[in-house]
Ligand binder design. Structure first.
Ligand SMILES: Cc1cc2nc3c(=O)[nH]c(=O)nc-3n(C[C@H](O)[C@H](O)[C@H](O)COP(=O)(O)OP(=O)(O)OC[C@H]3O[C@@H](n4cnc5c(N)ncnc54)[C@H](O)[C@@H]3O)c2cc1C
Length: 393
């Protein structure tokens, strides 16, 4: 492993690889360290992404797309459903191919990727972070850098050492369980979302089709609302009721954080991206699109910082620019999440009935989710009593 680079990226997920590609394309020397032995594995994700979220950073390619999403079916606790017909809504990816593809783009741009290599510590000198210890099969190497990008996911060892991400409390996360189901019959263009406190307390259940006979079927629950029932117990109850035949090809569990505002993104010459910075849609748990964009911006600004005299003011533009694009949406999703997790089944029935009025039987080309949330709150202002104190910095 080399002991010096301009940009050290910790983590080879979508955020880290996007950062590495964009930094290297900016003409600087980039090293990525990834603790697992293979890029893209193991995977814990339902793999859904919107067309706009993907295409703002990378052009979609058939080689890593499993299915195209043409809309969504949303189910309420009383069994009502609304089908939102939204051609070109997005994709279900094959991340085990998508991330190796990104790794190839990075290597073609000159990035060195070291797998099986874990960042374990961070050193500060005067006003900058200057090096990190990387452990490869127990062999330590001190790697010096000019700027660091922490893309180390939910674990966020480096982001936490830098004083950015806070340790997560059970109230700040959704605890998720997912099966890859095979031998099932589903409508491949239409993922399903089931919002019902009896199925997934504080969260929801998803069916993301990979093909007409296979899907990622999972759910997220708020641990403090689940009353000692594990996410897999909730999932088993649903799956045995919903599918007459199925085969469990794999199972996975993970957690998704909630958005914590911009304070998690930058400290001195260290930028945190993706899940490491908690840049997720708190309502749905989606984080791939924000990982790709935060990675791209951090990579671009890292290259500019190295090329233009290492002025910290250059890096300050990273959170500014990310929040300009995503801030309004992430704040609104966070507010909606605060409210949603406290809703009774009857409130959810009302919201899905209202969604049916807006979307039912119509073909939509885009959805302004912030406007929809506002309309729902205007129609039933009493829901705001569930918001509590939501504060972002
Ligand atoms: C069950 C589940 C379903 C989900 N479904 C969706 C979905 O359908 N759509 C969506 O948009 N989002 C989804 N998400 C969220 C999505 O998976 C994440 O937001 C996304 O993976 C974030 O990308 P990232 O690169 O920031 O982090 P990660 O993908 O977690 O990558 C971080 C990488 O850093 C590595 N790493 C960690 N620590 C170190 C270290 N110290 N040194 C070196 N390497 C390190 C890890 O091994 C990992 O490869 C889901 C999450 C879960 C748990």
């Amino acid at each position: 492993m080399k002991s010096k680079c301009d940009v050290l990226v910790v983590g080879g997920g979508p955020a880290g690889l996007s950062a590495a590609i964009h930094a290297a394309r900016g003409g600087v020397d980039v090293l990525v360290v990834e603790t697992h032995n293979e890029i893209g594995k193991p995977l814990c994700c339902a793999e859904g992404i919107s067309l706009s979220g993907l295409a703002q950073v990378f052009e979609p390619k058939d080689e890593w797309i499993c299915s195209r999403v043409e809309g969504v079916k949303v189910f309420s606790p009383s069994g009502q459903s609304v089908t939102i017909d939204h051609p070109d809504a997005g994709f279900v990816l094959d991340r085990t191919k998508f991330e190796p593809y990104l790794a190839k783009l990075a290597q073609n741009a000159g990035v060195m990727i070291e797998t099986g290599s874990r960042a374990v510590s961070l050193s500060l000198h005067e006003d900058r972070f200057i090096s990190a210890e990387i452990s490869n099969s127990g062999t330590p190497t001190e790697v010096e850098f000019r700027v660091m990008i922490a893309a180390d996911g939910i674990e966020s060892t480096i982001a936490r050492l830098a004083g950015l991400a806070k340790p997560l409390s059970p109230a700040d996360v959704a605890s998720c369980a997912q099966y890859r189901l095979e031998d099932i019959a589903i409508d491949v263009g239409f993922p399903e979302m089931h919002f019902d406190p009896a199925i997934a307390p504080g969260g929801y259940l998803w069916i993301f089709p990979k093909s007409p006979t296979s899907a990622n079927v999972g759910l997220g629950v708020v641990p403090t609302l689940a009353r000692n029932v594990s996410p897999f117990q909730f999932l088993d109850r649903f799956v045995t009721k919903r599918f007459s035949t199925f085969r469990i090809a794999s199972k996975m569990m993970g957690i998704v954080p909630v958005f914590q505002g911009r304070r998690t993104m930058l400290k001195r010459n260290l930028m945190a991206v993706g899940d490491a910075a908690r840049l997720v849609d708190s309502l749905t748990g989606a984080g791939i699109a924000t990982a790709l964009l935060s990675g791209k911006l951090a990579g671009d600004f890292a290259a500019e910082y190295v090329r233009n005299g290492e002025r910290l003011s250059v890096l300050k533009a990273y959170p500014e620019e990310f929040m300009r694009v995503y801030g309004r949406r992430l704040r609104m999703y966070s507010l909606a999440h605060q409210i949603f997790r406290r809703l009774k089944a009857s409130d959810i029935d009302f919201i899905i009935g209202y969604a049916n009025e807006i979307f039912g039987g119509r073909r939509v080309r885009s959805i302004d989710s912030v406007a929809v949330i506002r309309q729902i709150l205007a129609r039933r202002p009493s829901l705001l009593k569930y918001a509590g104190h939501v504060v972002w910095k």
